[in-house]
Design a protein around this ligand. Structure first.
Ligand SMILES: Nc1ncnc2c1ncn2[C@@H]1O[C@H](COP(=O)(O)OP(=O)(O)OP(=O)(O)O)[C@@H](O)[C@H]1O
Ligand SMILES: [Mg+2]
Length: 397
């Protein structure tokens, strides 16, 4: 009995950890993975799945795969009340099914697809004030049948999971779309003004040329914006694919420098590069790394002073490739440094007329981390900033 109490307390402690853990991420994919892991762990089950509810279509769909085989199930949908999860969704009630083979509601399609032998299921609705977010299921208790206590744990987890999922959705959709609209409106309204001017009869041919050029520029900006947002949302949802190939670093550097030099010339900034002689052939996603370099270089130019310098350096040691981009610009205030790389974050000392979304660096960070690397920043206000990237070099063996 005493043991029982200790066990209970231990479980409640776990629940508190869980709620802290779930509250600490707003990345939906990561969140779903954590919920899945916790469901298995808390109920001592073999597997677990999360079905999210689409209110408009009245469908449940599998949202997370805990092994490669389950990925096949991700496209399958359940229409309540069919299947056990569907029953839970319809009745907004938890179920315990000790032997699924004896249960009419059991849905064999998914099981066949998964190549997974289900014996028992426990499923709870994920609800917020009675509104259904999804269904959380755990499958096959490791030893013996699921208990009332397991059910209680799963219910507590479901309630917390529902809130965490809702939060992350609101954060992602709300902010991203608001920001996108906000960013798109500015170039749109300039295009509208310019085209109005273009239609006036008193505009000279030279002015006409100039205005057409401005439209072209705004359109390029819009294009850039949509790409940034797409990249960002792909990264966030884990849909971005990385394809590593071996490539020559100096070729990549030449290309990047060529792309940003018009921007540097326009701003009157000098670009220099220092490449070590012993650079390796690097194995990584060339296009994605190009994007990282372009954003760092364009920041270094954008946040520089006229006649400032930008220096791009590459060197290596046995295990690591280092890339740094330094500038002699406005710098980043010390209180803002910890927030650099957070999405939409722009430092307080940036002039309003310098346009940007504050997404560039968070995309860089994601990409560098996807290469098992890291990015650091050091900065002195009004002196300059250095971003340094470290990328592990794969052991040739
Ligand atoms: N080299 C730099 N010097 C000074 N501040 C910088 C530098 N690089 C980045 N920052 C600061 O970090 C913020 C975030 O940079 P980030 O590249 O993510 O966004 P952005 O340049 O504002 O917009 P975007 O890259 O999406 O067009 C910038 O707004 C700026 O305040
Ligand atoms: Mg930027």
């Amino acid at each position: 009995m005493k043991n029982d109490v200790a066990f209970r307390i231990e479980r409640y402690r776990r629940i508190i950890d869980v709620s802290l853990d779930l509250a600490s991420t707003l990345d939906l994919n990561e969140l779903l993975k954590r919920i899945n892991r916790l469901a298995v762990e808390l109920t001592n089950a073999e597997a677990s799945s999360i079905l999210l509810y689409d209110e408009r279509k009245n469908q449940l769909y599998f949202a997370v795969a805990d092994n490669p085989e389950t990925e096949a199930a991700l496209s399958s949908v359940v229409v309540p009340p069919e299947s056990i999860a569907g029953w839970v969704a319809t009745h907004r009630e938890a179920v315990f099914v000790p032997d699924v083979q004896q249960d009419q509601r059991f849905f064999r399609n998914v099981e066949q697809m998964l190549n997974f032998q289900t014996r028992s299921i426990m499923a709870t609705p994920m609800l917020i004030k009675g509104r259904l977010i999804g269904v959380l299921e755990t499958l096959n208790k490791q030893n013996g049948p699921f208990t009332e206590e397991d059910l209680e744990m799963l219910m507590v987890l479901s309630a917390q999971a529902a809130v965490a999922i809702e939060n992350s959705r609101l954060f992602q959709q709300g902010d991203l779309i608001n920001e996108l609209v906000h960013e798109i409106r500015t170039p749109l309204s300039s295009i509208s003004t310019i085209s109005y001017l273009l239609q006036r009869p008193d505009v000279s041919e030279t002015q006409r040329q100039e205005l057409a050029g401005m439209i072209q520029k705004e359109i390029e900006r819009l294009n850039g914006l949509t790409n940034t947002f797409l990249d960002y949302s792909r990264l966030e949802s884990g849909r971005m694919r990385f394809t590593p190939t071996p490539f020559d670093l100096s070729g990549l550097i030449e290309e990047c420098v060529r792309i940003v030099s018009p921007q540097a010339i326009e701003k009157g900034v000098r670009l220099e590069k220092e490449l070590a002689a012993n650079l390796p052939i690097f194995n990584g996603d060339r296009d994605k790394l190009k994007q990282v370099l372009l954003n760092l270089l364009s920041n270094a130019i954008k946040y520089n002073r006229p006649r400032g310098d930008v220096t791009l350096k590459l060197w290596r040691n046995e295990k690591t490739l280092f890339i740094s981009v330094s500038d002699t610009g406005v710098g980043i205030p010390p209180e803002d440094l910890p927030h650099i790389g957070e999405r939409f974050f722009r430092a307080g000392n940036v002039e309003r007329k310098v346009t940007g979304t504050g997404l560039g660096l968070s995309i860089c960070k994601h990409i560098v981390e996807a290469h098992a690397g890291q990015m650091q920043v050091s900065s002195q206000i009004n002196q300059g900033t250095t971003f340094t990237i470290e990328l592990p070099l794969k052991d040739p063996a």
